[in-house]
Design a protein around this ligand. Structure first.
Ligand code: ADP
Ligand code: MG
Length: 201
């Protein structure tokens, strides 16, 4: 969560600029405020297992972010946390299950499919890649590096799409030609996860 917070903070203006083109220009501030609150909340919970931390992080995002991305990532982290329960550690296979649950939760809440120009366009290819790499025997950090690259490719592939969900969909064809802000922060989140797992393995 610290890696995510510093990454989205560093890219805050860029994320806001992307959201200004096809949304309401708050995505950078939304995720920066949200993950700053998450880091603060987790600082008081140093001994809790990872699943509990994810659930608290999700709850914090829901309660601190007004935009669509708050409830979406909030429910994602809570679902991911429930997969881990009170397990003191997690391995590559559990990581796949956490991210798969996060994706399922985002798709259920937001009803977006791949190609709708949302965060799903970055997260779904990342989860698929992670699953394949872990099944092929890759270590978690290496698998996450491939997953983050898949998220970045998915993010770039949102440019020519017309938005069918969220605020950007109000623009109709005028949403074409712009990169989706939520797919962009999602790619940052995957890279941050890769760095955190690499640093602890
Ligand atoms: P808001 O659109 O409420 O201002 P943000 O600017 O924080 O919220 O987040 C916008 C991002 O949220 C979009 O770029 C998109 O990726 C994502 N998003 C919006 N609606 C949905 C949805 N229904 N399903 C999945 N993702 C969505
Ligand atoms: Mg917005």
């Amino acid at each position: 969560m610290r890696e995510i917070e510093s990454s989205v903070r560093a890219q805050r203006d860029y994320l806001t600029q992307l959201d200004s083109a096809i949304g309401d220009g708050d995505h950078g501030t939304n995720v920066t405020r949200g993950f700053a609150s998450v880091v603060e909340a987790l600082n008081g919970e140093k001994d809790a297992p990872p699943g509990r931390l994810l659930i608290l992080a999700g709850r914090t995002l829901v309660s601190t972010v007004g935009g669509a991305s708050g409830p979406l990532w909030g429910s994602a982290l809570r679902s991911g946390g429930r997969v881990l329960g009170d397990s003191p550690t997690f391995d590559g296979q559990q990581l796949v299950e956490v991210l798969a649950a996060a994706l399922a939760s985002i798709k259920e809440l937001g009803a977006a499919a791949p190609g709708d120009k949302t965060m799903v366009d970055a997260l779904e290819p990342a989860v698929d890649k992670l699953r394949g790499e872990v099944a092929a025997g890759a270590q978690p950090a290496a698998a996450l590096a491939s997953a983050a690259a898949a998220a970045e490719a998915g993010m770039e592939a949102t440019v020519p799409l017309q938005a069918r969900k969220g605020r950007a969909s109000y623009l109709g064809e005028r949403s074409i030609g712009h990169q989706d802000p939520g797919a962009t922060s999602t790619a940052l989140i995957l890279r941050a996860l890769e760095r955190a797992v690499a640093a602890s393995s």
